[in-house]
Design a protein around this ligand. Structure first.
Ligand code: F6P
Length: 487
């Protein structure tokens, strides 16, 4: 196995993401503590930065908080603060009220407000300035996700010595949707400041290359974008390619082998009343995840007597997310009303068909839940990757269990032996749930072993290795071009 440090040589790594890997939580008594930040980005990057060490620049999750840099394991943490105005304009507004719905196929209506855009530009500038002031010479700066798409170009202006890589964790929209964005050219220009722009799926990279040609006059040759010459006549190329992200599969497998986790899994099943089948959903409470569609399909199966009370239970973990954004508040109300209605109509004293948990859990408890579940249901309407699907597969070392997976996730490209569903098709989803509930063990094993091979064949280390190799190759190319023009 190649060491990641061998790939990057003497270059130091700077990770730039909206959130730090840990969130600051202030208790009612004013005391503060740190907990792992929500979302796939941190899950994926955790083990990579543990190996590489890095400077991580991000927001600590609290408003109006100026924090001094500190050390965390192999990382130096550099907090960037957000004011109430930044939080409303840049984070809730432009990132999560405009870009998030636009990039997820307009499942919710994006809103385009000029003051949100100004705030997005201002905060991106703050991140870029912080990195420009702190990044060691010749470092690789690895910028993450849709909240920071202007950072690469802003950073290149100030620090041409840096190698800049960007990875988008969510989908990049199809051309006709992206065309709606009033600041489409500025976003593409921002991203083209990077040497490498990485995406989850081939179709995302394709849509981006199209946008770069259309709005910025770049020329695509395969995965490479050749940019127009700058004022000094210098030309640069940008690699825009898919790098499907993954998880630390071995770490999940190890946890799944732990006797304490296995005991907890058995306890969970007992606490659920020892049903024949446990279905599990694990999502951030987000309208992209298709939780309402999933509940609708399950409620119909209950009503039709296909998922009898006591025999089949659905456990839905919905971790709190973006709770001040109106669309998320509405979703929470709808989901909770639906769960209440299903349990009211179909439950009995001491038995509920849906166990709903609006909480986040530790990794140990999550793996215990994965072990306790016969079926994991991932019914996202759109999802960049969906790492939960990969976590479930990595945890099922006895090779039983069924993954029901939406076609509209990045994971569906790799996990072809899952039971694939179109979550808009409620009848199709009901049939898929029944197929999973009644799947013979031999078929479960056949499918699960293929799924496990796919996940361990492309784990997060493999992803980081590919991404960093590509970045290093682009850095070498740029440095040679610079030397040639200097001669
Ligand atoms: O993976 C997508 C993502 O938006 C990350 O960028 C983000 O950190 C995570 O989901 C959770 O969202 P938020 O930071 O808005 O709570």
């Amino acid at each position: 196995m190649t060491e990641l440090t061998d790939i990057v040589g003497s270059r130091e790594i700077v990770v730039v993401a909206n959130r730090l890997p840990v969130d600051r939580v202030v208790g009612p008594d004013g005391s503060s503590s740190w907990r792992t930040s929500p979302g796939g980005l941190v899950t994926a990057m955790e083990s990579v930065v543990e190996e590489l060490g890095c400077l991580w620049v991000g927001w600590p999750g609290d408003i109006d908080e100026e924090l001094a840099p500190f050390e965390l394991g192999a990382m130096r943490i550099l907090p960037v603060s957000l004011s109430t105005e930044d939080f409303e304009g840049y984070y809730e507004g432009f990132s999560n009220g405009a870009l998030w719905p636009l990039y997820h196929d307009v499942i919710a209506q994006p809103e385009f407000h000029r003051e949100w855009w100004e705030s997005y530009e201002r905060v991106n500038r703050r991140f870029a300035d912080t990195v420009a002031a702190e990044a060691p010479a010749d470092a690789i700066v690895w910028v993450h996700d849709y909240q920071l798409q202007l950072v690469p170009a802003m950073l290149r202006e100030q620090r041409p010595d840096l190698t800049i890589a960007f990875f988008l964790h969510i989908p990049f929209p199809a051309r006709r949707l992206f065309a709606q964005l009033p600041w489409r050219r500025e976003i593409v220009e921002g991203l083209l400041g990077a040497d490498v722009v990485g995406f989850q799926r081939e179709q995302d990279a394709l849509s981006f290359r199209f946008a770069a040609e259309r709005y910025c006059g770049a020329l695509a040759h395969g995965n490479m974008l050749r940019l127009a010459a700058d004022d000094d006549g210098r030309q640069r190329s940008v690699l825009a390619q898919e790098f499907p992200i993954s998880i630390d599969a071995a770490a999940f497998a190890r946890l799944a082998e732990s006797p304490a986790v296995q005991r907890r899994a058995a306890e969970i099943r007992r606490e659920l009343g020892d049903p024949d089948t446990v279905l599990l959903g694990v999502d951030r409470l987000d309208y992209t995840k298709g939780i309402r569609h999933r509940l609708k399909a399950f409620a119909e199966l209950l009503a039709e007597g296909e998922a009898p009370l006591g025999e089949v239970v659905l456990v839905q973990v919905a971790s709190p997310s973006r709770e001040r954004v109106a669309a998320y508040r509405r979703l929470r109300d709808e989901v909770e009303q639906t769960v209440g209605r299903i349990n009211g109509e179909h439950g009995a004293i001491g038995r509920t068909p849906v166990v709903y948990l609006h909480q986040g859990f530790s990794r140990d408890e999550m793996v215990a839940l994965y072990l306790a579940a016969d079926v994991l249901v991932v019914t996202a309407l759109r999802d960049g990757m969906n790492l939960v699907a990969k976590e479930y597969v990595a945890s099922r070392s006895d090779e039983t269990g069924v993954l029901v997976l939406s076609e509209f996730t990045g994971a569906a490209d790799e996990l072809r032996r899952a039971v694939l569903v179109n979550p808009h098709d409620i009848e199709g989803m009901k049939a898929a749930f029944l197929r999973a509930i009644h799947m013979p063990e031999r078929e479960q094993r056949r499918r699960m072993s293929a799924l496990r091979a796919a996940v361990s064949g492309n784990d997060v280390r493999h992803w980081a290795e590919n991404f960093l190799r590509a970045t290093e190759a682009m850095a070498a190319q740029r440095e040679t071009a610079l030397r040639d023009t200097a001669q």
